[in-house]
Design a protein around this ligand. Structure first.
Ligand code: GCU
Length: 423
């Protein structure tokens, strides 16, 4: 790829920040294989037993906040099963996860579609959705979400005219189906498993920590490493995994996470902390997700902590304006997935997510994959636009804006099919 292409990618910076730089190694980036005391990790055993724990603690205490253990009283209720959903193509199931075991406590509705054709048990793709389970398909059998739903005008991704008093109505079915290619997911042999972000935790600053799973942990906000919303979403994904481990139609060893944007940030942290997830697909997760802070491009820590004060822990605020001095960076979150497959997808115009920073982060995480004898990212230079590179880490930068498109999914399928040996 020519330098000219990168200069074109440059252009006007995000919120007045500097333009995107040329792809190159990022000076001063912490080495994931170097311990806090300076010792260098040289074996898989040391990584697993020492460094992994150290990094999880660093990101827990400084960035995401501390999450509770799996709740002992949690209960699952399968409240819907239709073996002839989507014209007979799929089995639809809906499961209520009662976090405290009480039906009047926090409840996460999980929607599953399992392909009726093909070998069982099936692998699954698990991802949180932005606008309710009913938004991913027009299927009239999906329970309409009852949690808060935003009513923003001119949302570029969905038409939210159907929202009345911040609640979904029948007219909201399928409003975001475009980003969820359910037929293709099933045709590729995967189950789709999804849940609504607002069932787990409020994404509205004014009501933060006062809905969903946070209500079960009221004291957890009175500490600087408080259980933020991104951590809560990740924790919710682990609770969905707890259910999936009990469902014999699902192959518990082939469960991949998918997440776009803020939900991609949560998917990466869920994959980092819960090794039962066998792969992660991060779509434009950007700042506080896959991209490097240290480059000082795109969204800053200050913006993350002020516009979205509920996402990360209070401790994270001490790093505002200190991007170049961080004792960690987000490539180490990707490294925590090693040796499991992870795909990082970027979009050229998604300046806030710093697409080159996402590539550089994947590249820097590759050192840990190499420790495991895996290739990590199979290139050191950004691939041409709309072209995918796939080692145990995959990457593409497509043309266009922040979104989830059929090209993103095409590469996700290619990558997962290979790693989950679907063919
Ligand atoms: C905002 C935010 C990003 C986030 C995105 C999204 O743009 O600044 O960090 O990824 O919302 O979730 O769509």
């Amino acid at each position: 790829m020519s330098i000219g292409r990168f200069l074109l990618i440059g252009g006007i910076g995000f919120f007045g920040m500097a333009r995107h730089g040329l792809a190159q190694s990022t000076p001063g980036l912490p080495d994931p294989l170097r311990r806090d005391n300076g010792a260098v990790i040289s074996t898989v055993a040391e990584w697993n037993q020492v460094r992994r724990t150290e990094l999880i603690e660093l990101f827990t205490s400084q960035v995401y906040g501390r999450s509770p253990e799996k709740p002992a009283a949690m209960a699952f209720q399968v409240f819907d099963t239709d073996t002839k959903a989507l014209g007979g193509k799929a089995t639809r199931k809906q499961v209520a996860i009662y976090i405290t075991g009480k039906t009047d406590g926090p409840r996460i509705d999980v929607l599953l579609y399992l392909p009726n054709r093909g070998r069982k048990p099936v692998p699954a793709i698990v991802g949180l959705n932005f606008w309710g389970n009913h938004s991913i398909s027009v299927d009239p059998g999906i329970r309409i979400a009852t949690s808060y739903l935003e009513k923003s005008r001119n949302n570029p991704y969905v038409n939210l005219e159907c929202v009345v008093d911040n609640r979904a109505t029948e007219a909201c079915r399928g409003i975001n189906a475009r980003q969820w290619p359910l037929d293709s997911i099933l045709d590729h042999g995967y189950a789709l498993v999804t849940a609504y972000r607002e069932d787990i935790a409020s994404d509205v600053p004014a009501t933060r920590f006062s809905t969903g799973v946070h209500t079960a942990y009221p004291d957890w906000q009175n500490r600087p490493d408080n259980f933020g919303t991104i951590a809560a979403w990740a924790w919710g994904l682990s609770r969905i995994m707890d259910y999936l481990q009990t469902d014999r139609a699902i192959d518990g060893k082939r469960i991949a996470l998918f997440g776009w944007s803020r939900l991609g940030k949560a998917a990466l942290w869920a994959g980092a902390t819960d090794t039962r997830f066998a792969a992660v697909l991060s779509n434009e997760s950007g700042a506080g997700g896959a991209t490097l802070f240290r480059r000082g491009q795109g969204e800053s820590i200050r913006r993350l902590c002020t516009v979205f004060p509920h996402w990360y822990s209070t401790n994270f605020r001490q790093y505002m304006d200190k991007e170049t001095q961080l004792p960690f960076d987000q490539h180490e979150v990707i490294a925590l997935l090693a040796p499991r497959p992870v795909y990082i997808a970027s979009a050229e115009q998604d300046k806030g997510a710093d697409p080159i920073g996402e590539f550089e982060s994947a590249k820097a995480a590759s050192a840990v994959y190499r420790l495991f004898g895996r290739e990590g990212l199979p290139t050191t230079t950004v691939p041409p636009l709309n072209t995918s590179v796939q080692g145990t880490i995959g990457y593409h930068m497509r043309t266009g804006e922040h979104d989830v498109t059929s090209l993103d999914w095409r590469y996700f399928f290619q990558f997962l099919d290979k790693h989950f040996t679907m063919k």
